[in-house]
Design a protein around this ligand. Structure first.
Ligand code: GSH
Length: 206
């Protein structure tokens, strides 16, 4: 099994999960913008040339959430996710997917307009709108982590990994507002986990 990984990128979700599960897999490391990610060989695995990509024999997967769930099914043995069919599972699924479907789109616009797009293509208006959308998403997260350490049943799960990566990215570029304070407290709690510290030890070199 091989994980294609860029430190600080969404592949950290997969590295973090593997650390929590105590599963060791081969990691091929890149930096964002590497020619290797544009190569024909890599595009044959992931046509978008992005990370993460997981190779497991004949299975090739790209989409960090799908990879996390795939690895949980393979190695989790019931750990880090509530039972299928339980009410907790519904909340788990909501937060698991909120991470990529609701939090990351405005972050993509923010990153694009601060760091990625050419100066001439950047838009203050797009940045302002994205920051508003991000603030709304974080306002929704606030009450869910008020007075608890973890998102679902106050028990650490892969939903914390999915959301924790997104909010770590937000914080790493100085976009995390002071309020709701519960979000900062939740993130600080996550950052105390040894698996988190190992995963993000290399920082966001991207
Ligand atoms: N929805 C995908 C997004 C993957 C993605 O955009 N990855 C970024 C790094 S965080 C990437 O590879 N960017 C390089 C590029 O777009 O060229 C996932 O969650 O895996």
């Amino acid at each position: 099994m091989k994980l294609h990984h860029v430190p600080g990128s969404r592949s950290c979700r997969v590295r973090w999960l593997l650390e929590e599960l105590g599963v060791d897999v081969e990691s091929e490391r890149y930096r964002l913008g590497d020619e290797a990610l544009r190569s024909e060989a890599y595009r044959a695995l992931n046509p978008l040339g992005r990370v993460p990509t997981l190779e497991d024999g004949d299975v090739v997967l790209y989409e960090s959430g799908a990879i996390v769930q795939y690895l949980l099914e393979k190695f989790g043995d019931g750990r880090l996710e509530p039972a299928i069919g339980s009410p907790s599972r519904a909340r788990y699924l909501q937060w698991f997917h909120f991470a990529e479907a609701t939090l990351m789109p405005p972050m993509g616009v923010i990153m694009g307009n601060r760091f990625v797009l050419r100066e001439a293509d950047r838009s203050e208006k797009a940045l302002r709108i994205a920051r508003r959308q991000l603030a709304k998403a974080l306002d929704v997260l606030g009450p869910a982590v008020e007075g608890v350490r973890y998102l679902v049943d106050d028990t650490f799960s892969a939903a914390d990994i999915m959301m924790g990566y997104s909010v770590t990215l937000v914080a790493s570029v100085g976009e995390l507002p002071d309020e709701p304070a519960s979000v900062r407290a939740w993130l600080s709690g996550l950052a105390e986990r040894p698996a988190y510290r190992t995963t993000f030890a290399g920082g966001f070199e991207g």
